[in-house]
Design a protein around this ligand. Sequence first.
Ligand code: XIL
Length: 400
Amino acid sequence: MDGATVASLPLLDRRQGLAFLGGLALTGCATAGGIAPAGAAGPVPAAPGSLAATASARGRRFGSAVAWGRPGADRGSFANPAYAALLKRDCTLLVAENEMKWQALRPAADRYAFDRFDAIMAWSDASGMVMRGHNLLWHQDKWLPRWLFSHSFGTDPAAEGRRLIVDHIDTVCARYGTRIPSYDVVNEAVRPDDGGLYDTPLSRAIGSAEATIDLAFRTARAAAPQAELVYNDYMSWEPGNGAHRDGVLRLLRGFRERDVPVDALGIQSHLVTQSDAADGGAAALTDDWRRFVDAVVAMDYRLLITELDVRDNNLPADPAVRDRVVAGYARAYLDVMLAYPQLRDVLAWGMCDRYSWIEGFEARSDGAPRRPCPYDAQFRAKPLRDAINASLEAAAPLPA
Ligand code: XIL
């Protein structure tokens, strides 16, 4: 990382970049913004032998999604000791799986429900982890709360649309201050089939999807000036994602042309194996994918892997075979990604197969339970965990 690169980072990262240049290990930055909440333990070093420790030795960070749950409930929650142990074992970064989304946080136009996210945040602080914000606007009808569809936008719909967004982002960012150093400001705004932008009641009121998305970023920059602002989407390297990738590139280019404050692309990385080859068919995908990522970083965006998991498609039911190929596929993918010095953070979308969303999203056609995460349903480490560790270990240390 040279001086110019450091200067272009948001404040928090600039400090970290300078700390790194000074030879200090990066182990977390939960309170690097300076305001620690009462009772927070502050950043903890990554546990010895953890994925986070391997990442930290290379100037990177590793983390996972976490859900809310009642104490002891069998969920992928901080309040489930078995799941919490996996988080503490391997992570220094966290992201709430659902609890910061509009559907969870905003039960009515002018009412917020922070209890569940607050509980996750408090556990994160007490554990010395760094929390990512996911997300401030998931710009699709399907993921917005139902009240929005019967909301009265009044005589000046554009003003009311803007008010709803600004109120949301201001309220969330003010509540968490510097405790959240990175936000997925806008999530999945690009249509995968043709690369256009989704409309929602908000963009219809405001008059343009582009203006709506721009407003979200500009509002976030003003409300959380220290935070890294991320556009997050799932355009992936598998076949069939070309239009989605092109649409994301167009959006990212537009941000730069319109001077919209966006720091990074969040590459969700919900991966899908292609074949039973040792690398899951990854080799055939890398050239196109590198062209995409090269184009992103050429526009001066940083990168995050925000939601890593692997669907074991095109593979027999035998768990040993699936686990092996999934690991080979993820290894190949992470090796490509970690060659980019713009990539610091890698987050899994859940650590344990038992709680993964993938089963509900796309079950296997043969009914065999999915195995998308680093740990199996009995909390045992799988080859995928080894693969992540090996890729992190092989990554060039930052700065490149
Ligand atoms: C998913 C959650 O894991 C599910 O529990 C929920 O029902 C739907 O959302 N892309 C994203 C994440 O950005 O927020 C999604 O999370 C997975 C896909």
